[in-house]
Design a protein. Structure first.
Lengths: 501, 233
């Protein structure tokens, strides 16, 4: 009996190793090129942020004017880093959860190269002055069909794996990842065809653009990050998810509420009156799925405080989930029509909110996933816990500054804008210190991600540690029980050492 | 839950919102019904035509390509949504010499001729809905407003009133050239002992023409005029 269990466990371990091997190149390609774009984006963000308070900084060249650097920064962050991190997580987790090896690694890798090329062309387009002028859709119009086709070529295999998986349990992570996979193309095709292909009313165009931005955050980045967190938290702690019904509530409330959000950006604009107010109401209600999912994940992990202290994956994931809680809180505080919405509608809090969503929540969970996935697909361990710690601490400090700027600086600036008896310059003066704070925060985030990128690149070059002991953030070597659970044992001592115990 | 029900759930929850706030409003707003002017209230009959002159298409393109929308909005919100209307020169002019208080909120015709309404991302700078009129009335008093704009784009902090501006300079839209014959009317500076002049390139010309077209100086039909009745006399 026990030997039968033993052999199934060995088969499982072999299957997992097979899946990891089949996805090694696509996953590492997406993660490293994503991390490189992240570094590019942060440099651009730093330049743009410095220009907000020092307008004569780097003005010699048209390519570096604020109005081009800033969109380049956001688009590199979203399409260069965000999407590629999401692709790596989707293809790896869907393969693991559906228990199917990937048979299309070559095609995925090719599509990944096309994606990167399109992002590069788009960024050159923006910087050389061919931006479309629509926030988050600034890439010249020829880019979006290329991105769409490569998107399908990348994720379709995960969908097929899910379809052909043996009948059985569908994991919470799979709901979220499938949701993101289905919603994104729908959102993307809608926004791009209505803005670039079918001429419409210019104000409705602005509305669709605002909706697109919000939908991308709440219906693509949020579900991908939650899918990853619902995978990592139970896996690393070795506990079952705290509540299945809470997970259901979190998922379906997100699915029902999030598609209505976004148009609060147009409050007061001459479009049908109900649209911006529905948008504001939906954005405020985002706190329901945010709280449901974060409580569920926190309850799953917080009782395992030793593992939380030791595991880099878990630490980043939990930081991301706290970012989600803050995001849900900010969604309420910044979007109350009649009190705060008039203040935040045109203030820097919008940018802060986006950064909180993309970096403070999504990217942190992605970093957690990276620290979990990379040792498995490269069969090497992370080189240095110090590098991981630096990455974590500087990122947390940086993002906390940006979040504070979002909540307080935006409101402060908005109060100045609404005070019509004061000259307009008063509002700009109020915003000034917060702009300086943002620049400093970007410096921290830049340093932290340079370390991250170097570490990741070394891992990709197979320069990771050959060891059976994962790199932990506490300093007991060897004898500690593996916090990554059974599956966390990586067969890094060479083939044939897969010991399931 | 089977896959089919699950996908149906995903599609239904998203599709309802998609229909109600994207597809249906998009189709309805594509063909706005023209506004019939009324003899009694507007003093004339026929159809209301929003008037706008200038290189709007080219200028809007330059505006978009150089990210002006990141710091400047083009939206005067009604008073329930913000205090934009109270500022003396944002939604019109508080004391227009000919027509009195012309301030009004943005209406759907203000973006005619544009593909995308640049309502803006944030207000690091002031709202531009009425910048053409504002500059003519308050900044370039007595002078050529286009010239004021050229100077402002070349160095946003040149006007002593605006020394605190954080607007980036757009010097790359200007070029220095040898003067042959008379200097250009658009030249913003003569340098090099009168041998060379700094003139706006075509991008700057289109942009300034567009900015000058942003003005609220046309009387709107009574059905679009939400201003409270004014005491006459």
């Amino acid at each position: 009996m026990s030997s039968a269990i033993q052999s199934t466990k060995e088969q499982d371990a072999l299957l997992r190793a097979g899946i990891d091997r089949s996805l090694r190149h696509p996953v590492m390609f997406f993660l490293t090129s994503g991390a490189a774009w992240l570094a590019v984006s942060i440099v651009l963000g730093l330049v743009a942020s410095a220009k907000v308070h020092s307008p004569e900084f780097l003005t010699g060249c048209s390519w570096l004017t604020y109005g081009r650097v800033f969109p380049a920064h956001i688009n590199a962050l979203v399409y260069g880093w965000g999407f590629q991190a999401a692709f790596a997580v989707i293809i790896w987790m869907m393969a693991r959860l559906s228990r199917k090896e990937c048979t299309a690694a070559g095609l995925i890798l090719t599509a990944g190269h096309v994606w990167n090329l399109a992002v590069a062309m788009g960024l050159i387009g923006i910087l050389s002055g061919s931006s479309t002028g629509m926030p988050w859709m600034e890439f010249p119009a020829f880019v979006w069909p290329v991105l769409l086709v490569s998107y399908f070529a990348i994720v379709i295999w995960s969908f097929i794996q899910f379809r052909v998986q043996p009948e059985g349990h569908v994991y919470i992570s799979q709901w979220y990842l499938l949701g993101a996979m289905v919603w994104f193309p729908w959102i993307y095709i809608t926004a791009n065809t209505l803005l670039f292909c079918i001429p419409g009313q210019p104000l409705m165009g602005a509305g669709i653009n605002a909706w697109y931005k919000s939908a991308l955050i709440f219906l693509f980045f949020t579900p991908v990050a939650l899918g990853a967190a619902y995978y990592l938290a139970p896996k690393v702690t070795g506990r079952a998810v705290y509540s299945y019904s809470l997970a259901k509530l979190g998922f379906w409330s997100l699915a029902i509420i999030a598609p209505w959000a976004g148009m609060q950006k147009l409050v007061g604009a001459p479009i049908p009156y109900f649209m911006p107010y529905l948008g504001a109401a939906a954005t405020v209600m985002i706190f329901i799925p945010a709280i449901a999912a974060s409580i569920n994940i926190l309850r799953t992990t917080l009782s395992s405080s030793e593992i939380l202290a030791a595991s880099p994956s878990l630490r980043f994931t939990i930081a991301g989930i706290i970012g989600l809680l803050l995001l849900g809180f900010a969604a309420v505080v910044l979007n109350l029509p009649g009190s705060t919405l008039p203040l935040t509608q045109f203030s820097m809090s919008g940018y802060g909110f986006d950064i909180l969503a993309i970096y403070g929540f999504f990217s942190f969970v992605m970093f957690g996933a990276v620290y979990f996935i990379v040792p498995r697909v490269t069969r090497r361990e992370w080189l240095s816990k110090r590098l991981i710690k630096i990455h974590f601490l500087l990122s947390v400090y940086g993002i906390m500054t940006v979040a504070l700027v979002a909540l307080f600086g935006g409101l402060e600036q908005g109060i100045g804008q609404e005070d019509w008896q004061q000259p307009w310059e008063a509002a700009a003066t109020r915003a000034y210190p917060y702009a300086v704070a943002t620049t400093i925060a970007w410096c921290f985030i830049l340093v932290s991600n340079v370390f991250f990128f170097i570490h990741l690149a070394l891992m990709w070059m197979c320069l990771g540690r050959r060891s059976v002991h994962p790199t932990l953030l506490v300093s007991d070597h060897g004898h500690a029980t593996n916090p990554h659970g059974e599956d966390g044992d990586v067969d890094n001592a060479g083939p044939g050492h897969v010991v399931a115990h | 839950m089977s896959l089919r029900t699950f996908i149906f759930g995903l599609a239904a929850s998203f599709g309802v919102a998609w229909l109600f706030i994207i597809v249906v409003p998009f189709i309805k707003m594509r063909n706005l019904e023209p506004i019939q002017l009324n003899e009694a209230t507007d003093g004339t009959t026929g159809i209301f035509y929003p008037k706008r002159t200038g290189r709007i298409t080219n200028g809007a393109l330059v505006y978009a390509e150089n990210g002006c929308y990141l710091c400047h909005s083009q939206l005067i919100r009604p008073t329930y949504a913000g205090n934009d209307l109270y500022r003396s020169d944002w939604g019109g002019l508080k004391a227009d010499p000919d027509r009195g208080d012309t301030r009004r909120e943005t209406n759907v015709y203000d973006f005619s001729g544009e593909k995308f309404a640049q309502i803006g991302v944030s207000r690091m700078g002031p709202d531009l809905s009425n910048v053409g009129l504002r500059v003519s009335a308050n900044y370039a008093t007595g002078g050529d407003p286009a010239k004021w704009f050229y100077n402002h784009l070349y160095n946003p902090r040149q006007d002593p009133k605006l020394w605190k501006s954080t607007c980036p300079p757009f010097r790359f839209m200007f070029s220095e050239r040898l003067i042959t014959g008379n200097p250009s009317n658009d030249a913003i500076a003569i340098v090099d002992d009168g041998k060379k002049e700094i003139v706006p390139d075509s991008d700057a010309q289109a942009l300034v023409s567009y900015l000058l077209s942003l003005k609220k100086d046309q009387a709107v039909p009574a059905v679009l005029n939400f201003a409270p009745p004014k005491n006459k006399g």
